[in-house]
Write a protein that binds this ligand. Structure first.
Ligand code: NAP
Length: 297
């Protein structure tokens, strides 16, 4: 590990919020040799970081004063504002990178608040868990002005792959929830498959390699369908929605016959029924996008 050097209590970055994620973030900065100041409401959570070279600020104000780049990772945006709103004088001219999870409205409102106080602002989202922060397995998403991102990209790279999404501060939150939705979709489908196969005494760990192989194959569909969606044309080069529909009926039958839950495939079939009713039965599965653009409930 490189040993960070601090001069006159100045650091390159201050990390505010040392929960599970904030500790990982500060630890990754330190491991990369970035001089780091930390502050947390409960100071004891800084102990290991201080052993590893972090400076512990006695207050959030002192943490802000200690560095030009302020990385914040707290529970939610209300907490972020509770901590930072009283510190606008100290923050003026500095950069806040907010890695707290939230929604796009909150991100845009916080960006407006920051701009009103002369604070450069990036809104971020962390697509990783604490143990992989600082490794190639961590991707962090950033939204806000390109020049602000460029100025801090080298330091932010300490945390994992840094992806800049664009000027709109709401983008990081939107990507975050969109990606988490994919995770839950995949995991729920996997769990449903496990429940089905358990009825034939197949263990989850036996099914898992087949599931993973298939998830890999589905990534090819995602790439192909993204192009069709962007073009607004859905030629069925692989399978029609009608063909998918017939197989969904098999899945519902198997679920009901084995006593597993049929809720998830029934919901998917309901969406597909609507697409077929709208005349999309002969199109590729990409045409199902219309069911997500137009909520019916
Ligand atoms: P956590 O362990 O619960 O930490 C929450 C942090 O917020 C702590 O530093 C806590 O301080 C601080 N905090 C809460 N209320 C506060 C208040 N009123 N005033 C000052 N500080 C306050 O949560 P976490 O896992 O680190 O998550 C932090 C953020 O990262 C969340 O937005 C989460 O969604 C996001 N995130 C987490 C993960 C993950 O895997 N953990 C992954 C992606 C994104 P105290 O220590 O004093 O309570």
């Amino acid at each position: 590990m490189n040993s960070p050097t601090h001069s006159e209590n100045r650091s390159d970055v201050s990390v505010i919020g040392l929960g599970l994620m904030g500790q990982a973030l500060a630890g990754a900065f330190l491991k990369s040799g970035v001089p780091t100041t930390v502050w947390n409401r409960s100071a004891e959570k800084a102990a290991t970081l201080v052993e590893n070279g972090a400076l512990l600020a006695p207050s959030a104000a002192a943490a802000v004063q200690a560095a030009p780049l302020i990385v914040v990772c707290v529970t939610d945006y209300d907490v972020l504002h509770a901590v930072l709103d009283p510190l606008t004088d100290e923050l003026r001219g500095k950069t806040v990178v907010n890695l707290t999870s939230g929604h796009s409205d909150g991100a845009r409102e916080t960006a407006t608040w920051a701009a009103g106080h002369g604070i450069a602002y990036l809104d971020g989202a962390i697509m990783a868990i604490p143990p992989v922060i600082g490794t190639e397995h961590a991707t962090l998403l950033y939204a806000g002005a390109q020049d602000v991102f460029d100025a801090h990209e080298a330091a932010l790279a300490s945390l994992g792959t840094a992806a800049h999404l664009g000027d709109d501060h709401g983008l990081a939150s939107l990507y975050d929830v969109a990606l988490l939705g994919i995770m839950w979709g995949v995991l729920n489908s996997f769990l449903h498959g496990v429940a089905l196969l358990e009825t034939a005494n197949v263990k989850a760990s036996t099914f898992a390699p087949f599931a993973n192989n298939w998830i890999g194959a589905v990534t090819n569909f995602v790439s192909a369908y993204a192009g069709q969606i962007d073009e607004g044309a859905y030629p069925a080069h692989d399978a029609t929605i009608d063909t998918h529909w017939a197989t969904m009926v098999h899945l519902i039958h198997e679920s009901e016959a084995t006593g597993a839950s049929a809720e998830l495939p029934k919901f998917v079939k309901e969406l597909t029924d609507r697409a077929i009713a709208a005349g999309r039965g002969g199109d590729s599965y990409a045409a199902m996008i219309e069911q997500f653009r137009k909520p019916t409930k």
